[in-house]
Design a protein around this ligand. Structure first.
Ligand SMILES: Cc1cc2nc3c(=O)[nH]c(=O)nc-3n(C[C@H](O)[C@H](O)[C@H](O)COP(=O)(O)O)c2cc1C
Length: 75
């Protein structure tokens, strides 16, 4: 949830992000590369920068289910 706050703030500043939970499968590599100790738990990574709209990978549009399929709004 905190990641989402950062991601939204990044968009407000013109930056793009991509959350990457898969990095948690490689905690020892992350710790080694970032020089962090074993008492830190690697949960999720996040790329941040300026997206290249011409990159083919950035043209991928994942399918989405309709809002009412995953949310319920109560008055
Ligand atoms: C917390 C979180 C972790 C994510 N981890 C991964 C991941 O490890 N690998 C992956 O392919 N997508 C992951 N995603 C999905 C992508 O970050 C991204 O949401 C997806 O490419 C669709 O982009 P969009 O949400 O801007 O449409 C994750 C999303 C969230 C919210």
């Amino acid at each position: 949830m905190f990641l989402q706050t950062i991601m939204l703030a990044a968009r407000a500043k013109g930056l793009h992000t991509c959350a990457e939970a898969a990095i948690a499968n490689y905690p020892d590599i992350v710790r080694r590369e970032l020089n962090i100790t074993r008492d830190w738990i690697v949960i999720c990574g996040m790329a941040m920068g300026y997206a290249d709209p011409d990159a083919v990978v950035n043209t991928f549009q994942p399918p989405r289910i309709e809002l009412q399929e995953y949310a319920m709004f109560l008055d």
